[in-house]
Ligand binder design. Structure first.
Ligand code: HEM
Ligand code: HEM
Length: 406
């Protein structure tokens, strides 16, 4: 509702709260909420990626506190443009009362998903650590059982690699791994947005025509194409260089050795780290699963869910229903998340500087060089994470199609 603007510093009074009542708020009332409102609102709006979303303005903003949450889908974006003209006093108390609670900002998707995402991450990490604590005691008990010490001696946690295996981490392994870290962060985030946002901030329609999809899904799929290309280059070079023997099991001994390594991890008496030359069998199995099972599974189920999939291939679609793909695609993401948490934890817990020098510096030395390269990689990933918002994405997406707000 257009209100006459005036730059008055004293509290401005707006519409009455009840028909025929006094202007709200009473003269001289509530300086605190008014002062607090503008910082609170823009912060939430920026995190919610609202700038590019020409959200329907809600003229009834002043009624938000009276008719709360679910009734209006966009209270904060409605607030955002307003403060310059007129701070809406009735909204302020609501925002101030529950600053951190999603319930107070009913449909701020970015803020909500970010909050939920963080919460889930923390919960997962805490659960993993707690479970590990209980398991340590059990594992220590197991190592004293008859036969177990002999088993650990026979299977120390790794078997010898074929003689052809060369030690070290060539530059292309480092680059593929870095690109994978960068892309994976944004793929997981955009996939999570696809799953959780009921009203995306923008939409994208292909140039050649076709179904309109959310900008999140556009980003997800665009990143997937780059990620697949990166993965293919990595796998080709892996086999061309003979380096594949490091992450593809070449002996059945991988299983008892992986069990042995797992037991040693669980007792906190960890297997000796020789990643420069040879991974332990548990590592090898996990890397194999990530590269050769989880990644293809994400791709095969993802393509089924996408518009690339032929809709009219009836027999094919009966054999491979879309529901099956959907049922597998999300848990695959969860697998990746759990893998990454444990992977990064172990990288840091088993000789961080040396490990980081392996994958980010390409040397087996123990110094800070690899760490700083790792820090740079994380900074670039964080910048990508920050940039992956509609304001930045829309011009990019426009190169490949049309972008609209609804
Ligand atoms: C901040 C994140 C990450 C860090 C610091 C990190 C660090 C490392 C390090 C240090 C190694 C070598 C281990 C050693 O020398 O013993 C490694 C190997 C590996 N990492 Fe990561 N990693 C990260 C994220 C990821 C992600 C997101 C994935 C996949 C989803 C991944 C998959 C792998 C694989 C498959 C290998 C074995 C590669 C090979 O030797 O060919 N990593 N990582
Ligand atoms: C080539 C690779 C991939 C393709 C083509 C792809 C494609 C898709 C498509 C089309 C959707 C939308 C599903 C729908 O509309 O219901 C989707 C959702 C999603 N994707 Fe991917 N994706 C790929 C890889 C990944 C990876 C590697 C991850 C995470 C590690 C991931 C995580 C997700 C998540 C969490 C969702 C939401 C799932 C849900 O709503 O249940 N995707 N993906």
């Amino acid at each position: 509702m257009p209100t006459p603007a005036s730059g008055a510093t004293p509290l401005r009074r707006g519409l009455p709260r009840v028909p025929g009542g006094e202007p709200w708020p009473p003269a001289g009332f509530a300086p605190a909420p008014v002062a607090a409102a503008p910082p609170a609102a823009p912060k939430l709006v920026s995190r919610s990626e609202a700038p590019a979303a020409p959200v329907v303005p809600t003229p009834a903003a002043a009624d938000e506190a009276v008719a709360p949450a679910p009734a209006s889908p966009a209270p904060a974006p409605a607030v955002a443009p307003t403060p310059a003209v007129k701070p809406p006093p009735a909204v302020a108390p609501a925002a101030v009362e529950k600053p951190g609670k999603p319930a107070a900002e009913p449909r701020l998707y970015g803020a909500r998903t970010l909050g939920q995402w963080t919460k889930r991450m923390i919960l997962l990490a805490v659960a993993a650590v707690a479970a590990a604590g209980i398991l340590v005691l059990a594992a220590r008990g197991v190592t004293t059982l008859p036969g177990v010490p002999e088993f650990l001696k026979k299977y120390p946690g790794a078997y010898s690699l074929p003689a052809t295996a060369e030690p070290g981490f060539p530059w292309w392994t480092q680059w593929a791994h870095f690109l994978n870290v960068f892309l994976m962060a944004l793929i997981i985030r955009s996939g999570y947005h696809v799953r959780t946002q009921q009203k995306p901030p923008a939409y994208w329609t292909p140039k050649r025509g076709g179904k309109k999809i959310s900008i999140n899904l556009w980003l997800h799929q665009a990143l997937d194409i780059v990620w697949l290309a990166n993965g293919l280059v990595f796998v080709v070079l892996l086999f061309a260089s003979g380096r594949w023997v490091r992450i593809v099991p070449t002996s059945w001994e991988v299983f008892p050795n992986a069990a042995s390594a797992l037991l040693q991890y669980m007792t906190l008496d960890w297997p000796v780290e020789t990643g420069w030359v040879n991974y332990n069998s548990l590592q090898q199995l996990m890397y194999f699963i990530v590269v050769f099972i989880a990644a293809p599974l994400a791709a095969v189920t993802g393509v089924r869910l996408s518009e690339f999939w032929p809709k009219n291939a009836k027999t094919l679609n009966r054999l491979y229903p879309i529901e099956a793909a959907r049922a597998v695609h999300y848990p695959t993401m969860l697998f990746f998340v759990v893998f990454i948490l444990i992977h990064v934890f172990l990288v840091f817990a088993t000789g961080a500087l040396r490990n980081l020098n392996h994958m980010f510096g390409g040397t087996d030395a123990v110094n800070w060089a690899g760490f700083w390269l790792f820090a740079a990689a994380i900074a670039v990933t964080a910048a990508g994470w920050y940039a992956a918002r509609p304001l930045v994405l829309a011009p990019l997406a426009r190169l490949f199609g049309q972008v609209s707000s609804r």
